[in-house]
Ligand binder design. Sequence first.
Ligand code: SAH
Length: 229
Amino acid sequence: MRIRYWKNTEEILTSSQSVVHEPEQMKGRWLTQQEGASLLAAEIGCGKGKFICDMAKAHPDTLFVGVEYVPTVLARAARKVRLLSEGPEPENIDAASRIRLIRADAIDLTKFFAEGEVDHLYLNFSDPWPKAKHAKRRLTCWNFLPVYAAVLKPDGDLSFKTDNDGLFAFSIESFRANGWKILEMTEDLHHSEYKEGNITTEYEENFLMNQKPIHYLRAVPVRESPAKA
Ligand code: SAH
């Protein structure tokens, strides 16, 4: 059973139009290869892909790249994009054509995005890694923030959503300590001024059903005086 599951995963990943197998080749060229899109966005840890699919429908000017390191999960996202591409609605077919999926670790982002190439980064419901000894795996820790700053455009930004109080508090500290400026922040996104235009993720839908407040922030790297926040 397990073997068949893996075989299916490999089959889906190799046959899906949306999966980019050699993302290094796309470095610095994501938008030149995409007619109609003028902005580049990436979700780090895209899970099963609901967010990027719905974002692609809502933002016809943007190419969305989903980065995910668990192959079985990425295969679920690939299947979702394929369903979208099979129509019948032309908007859905267009949205699917602006989605790419990469099987990779967030720490390697600079291998497939050039410096200043990305307009928007999204971190949604990243694993909290609550134990202190695992802090370096949190996607908002000192290891990852310089990588995001490197690939973001000078006026690019990063949006972060989580239900997890500990990860949110840690992340606020981490962004500030690593020279980022927080432009928007709320403990309860769905009862805040930032709710409009918010696109929910799979995890978010679950937490909302259980009435869990969603924490949100939007931050930008400060280039002139890093690490002085
Ligand atoms: N964004 C989705 C999934 C959240 S779960 C949603 O909101 O519904 C977090 C996801 O991030 C998992 O699928 C996990 O495999 C992925 N992930 C965690 N660390 C990662 C890393 N370093 N690189 C790439 N993906 C990562």
